[in-house]
Design a protein around this ligand. Structure first.
Ligand code: HAM
Length: 416
């Protein structure tokens, strides 16, 4: 048997219905903030991610799906979408258009990580990016937007953590202070931390190894090292978050796994998630467009993992689908059933029917296995009288209804 690739999943109904509901809420919420959708390719030149995400990051060094195409070009299946959006914005000069300053996306991303609960090799992100505006209010408003979205879909216990990682002027001072602080305890740190202390010291702060924690807790706070402009930005962000009524917790040692961030970084966790509790993350990336060969152009954004989001929603109550199974039996009733199904659907009901004859008994059995709420029985008598038998599979009740009443009742059931 050929099975799905490790770390990937097939999605079927009813789970796929939950995904669609989340996607609908995303389209609706983001549209109210003036965001429009962007769809970029899954395949990008490898160089985009090396330059954009950073050649020392875990994503670029060990997690990318990279291959050579038939002409020998190095291509990568996108591990995230921010670099692709930045590439599209530069390539099509979208930064010149005020209409294209606020973009969002929904789509698959690929990382060769060790699969576990909440971590996949093909996962799906919903994300948003604001290009061309360096103001701290943008950071706050875009965080407020995602919190509104999480509220709309019902995510349990979301909590925002914010920090600033400074800019190319003040970050090196922090990094030296960090290296100095940890140099004395390097022998107690794990191998990864010791290596990162040399290659990418900020990433040390992201280590999850318990024995490293006491030493990392002593690391200096970023906010004590910010230059005046970065400190002002951070204060203004916090003030705007308060005005927008977004509760947040300062996390002075929060860093992120991608190198493009400047100033604001943030994460949102959910109380419903375990070890992989980061539901989403993002921040400001004012240097990214230049890094990939574009003009100087500010950027801010975030992305959330769909699979994790779904895990952070309350489980839906087990109930029957608000659908109708139309059972027909007897000479000439198939034609009447086709016409009735047409009318019921036109009124807004969800109707399924068989196209091969079967008895009412076997139809009812099938309807029960499909877990539908209603069955309409259409026999010769009903076809003649124009009154149909409606059976509620949840309660066992039955009514005889005319076409109009039946349409109204079933359409109301699906909220049409
Ligand atoms: P990231 O933190 O790498 O940021 O990923 C964002 C979210 O994607 C994570 O918080 C998590 O929910 C989900 N995620 C990441 N890896 C996996 C995985 N292997 N399996 C399941 N879910 C996963 C970014 O990707 C940035 N592009 C965010 C951003 C946008 N920054 C600025 N704009």
């Amino acid at each position: 048997m050929i099975t799905a690739v490790k770390g990937t999943q097939d999605l079927v109904f009813p789970e796929v219905g939950r995904w669609q509901a989340v996607e609908r809420a995303a389209h609706e919420t983001f549209a109210r903030y003036g965001f429009t959708e962007i769809r970029t390719p899954v395949l990008e030149p490898t160089e985009l991610f090396v330059r954009g995400i950073g050649d020392e990051t875990d994503i670029v060094t060990k997690e990318m799906y990279t291959f050579q195409d038939r002409k020998g070009r190095s291509l990568t299946m996108r591990p995230e979408n921010t670099a692709g959006v930045a590439r599209a914005v530069v390539e099509h000069r979208l930064y010149e258009s005020p209409l294209h300053g606020r973009l969002y996306y929904i789509g698959p991303q690929f990382r060769y990580e060790r699969p576990q609960k909440g971590r996949y090799r093909q996962f799906h992100q919903i994300g948003a990016e604001v290009l061309g505006d360096p103001a701290p209010g943008v950071d706050a408003e875009t965080i407020a937007m995602v919190m509104e979205f999480l509220g709309a879909v019902g995510v349990m216990g979301p909590a925002v953590q914010v920090n600033s990682v400074g800019c190319p002027n003040c970050r090196p001072i922090y990094v030296s202070a960090l290296k100095e602080e940890l140099a004395g305890s390097a022998q107690h740190l794990c191998g990864d931390c010791r290596r990162r202390l040399e290659t990418n010291p900020l990433r040390v702060l992201d280590c999850k190894v318990p024995t490293c924690q006491p030493y990392l807790d002593k690391a200096p706070s970023f906010t004590d090292f910010l230059c005046e402009a970065c400190a002002e930005h951070h204060d203004a962000l916090r003030e705007a978050l308060e005005i927008l009524r977004v509760p947040f917790v300062p996390r002075p040692r929060l860093v992120r796994g991608l190198d493009y961030y400047t100033r604001t970084v943030f994460e949102v966790t959910s109380s419903a998630l375990g070890a992989q509790d980061a539901l989403l993350g993002g921040g400001r990336y004012d240097g990214l467009l230049e890094q990939i060969g574009g003009p100087a152009c500010a950027g801010f954004g975030w992305a959330l993992g769909m699979e994790r989001l779904l895990m952070a929603l309350p489980q839906p109550a087990a109930s029957r689908l608000p659908w109708t199974y139309l059972a027909w039996a007897g000479g000439g009733t198939y034609r009447a059933a086709l016409a009735l199904a047409r009318d019921l659907r036109a009124a807004g009901a969800v109707v399924v029917m068989e196209h091969t004859a079967r008895s009412f008994k076997s139809g009812l059995k099938r309807a029960d296995r499909m877990n539908v709420r209603y069955v309409v029985l259409l026999g010769e008598e009903e076809a003649g009288s124009g009154r149909f038998t409606l059976k509620d599979m949840a309660t066992g009740e039955q009514w005889a209804l005319g076409r109009e009443e039946l349409s109204r009742h079933l359409a109301e059931e699906v909220g049409a």
